[in-house]
Design a protein. Structure first.
Length: 268
């Protein structure tokens, strides 16, 4: 199969479906906490469009809007307001028409940010050069190392570490997930996730402890996950980043190329 990917709406739909599936699997872990303290909820408005509810802003997303969906926007806004949550509506090129932007504007939303989606063939991953010590997480002990690198990489306050780790230890058992930890001199230094669905590999949620940044760990983790996705039979891999960020540049170095830039709409 050629390593060149021609842009297509089919690839956009496949990667969006994997993104939503991974996000919902993360949310379901939190939903199982006693009393659902994060306020997890879901509202599908057709076979591909979904509004995700949570008190954590990263999960309060509306994904899959396309022409013909303008009439869904106001009821969704009311749903979020009723739960005291501020949503982000995501608009993807090729799935937009002016009626969506007009309705969001009428309801007080504006285009507040951008996010890049990058895509590639997993078979284009560079071979392992042995410069990074990367281990797939398969045991409870290794999971603790993954969590140590994860909370350091995302800069969670020390007071929140224990609760966060308790909440997400079930990630180790989630279907379709593979977790990875990178070490420097034996110390956990970076964490990352690979999510596989229907031949698509999502290179998700990479984080490097600031103490160990600048050593090429993020690039090495991307390449490792691409190789593993290829071995698992995936024909596409994708990831996302803030445009022109260091993460964006590392994805380009790994062989991924820009698929689209989504716009994010929030209330003024």
């Amino acid at each position: 199969m050629s390593g060149i990917l021609i842009p297509s709406l089919d690839n956009v739909r496949r990667t969006l479906a994997a993104d939503v599936s991974y996000t919902i699997s993360r949310m379901k872990v939190l939903e199982r906490l006693p009393g659902n303290p994060i306020g997890i909820g879901y509202r599908w408005f057709d076979e591909t469009g979904v509004a995700l509810m949570a008190r954590l802003p990263a999960f309060a997303r509306v994904v899959g809007l396309r022409p013909g969906h303008a009439q869904h926007i106001e009821p969704l806004v009311r749903w979020y307001i009723d739960h005291g949550v501020k949503p982000t509506f995501e608009i993807v090129p090729g799935m937009y028409d002016a009626s969506l932007g007009a309705e969001l504007t009428r309801l007080g939303f504006y285009q507040s940010d951008f996010h890049a989606s990058l895509i590639g063939r997993p078979s284009c991953a560079a071979p392992d050069d042995g410069t990074a010590e990367i281990e797939r997480v398969t045991t409870a002990k290794t999971m603790e190392d993954y969590l140590d690198a994860y909370v350091a990489g995302w800069g969670f306050p020390e007071k929140d570490h224990a609760q966060f780790k308790a909440n997400v230890r079930p990630w180790l058992e989630e279907v379709g997930w593979s977790l990875y930890v990178a070490r420097v001199n034996g110390k956990p230094a970076a964490a990352a996730t690979l999510y596989l669905q229907d031949g698509v590999g999502y290179l998700a949620d990479s984080a490097t402890d600031p103490v160990f940044r600048g050593r090429g760990l993020q690039l090495a983790m991307l390449q490792r996950r691409m190789r593993d996705a290829d071995a698992a039979g995936a024909d596409l891999v994708f990831s996302g980043a803030r445009p022109f960020s260091s993460s964006h540049r590392n994805m380009e170095r790994a062989g991924l190329r820009l698929q689209f830039i989504r716009s994010k709409w929030t209330q003024a």
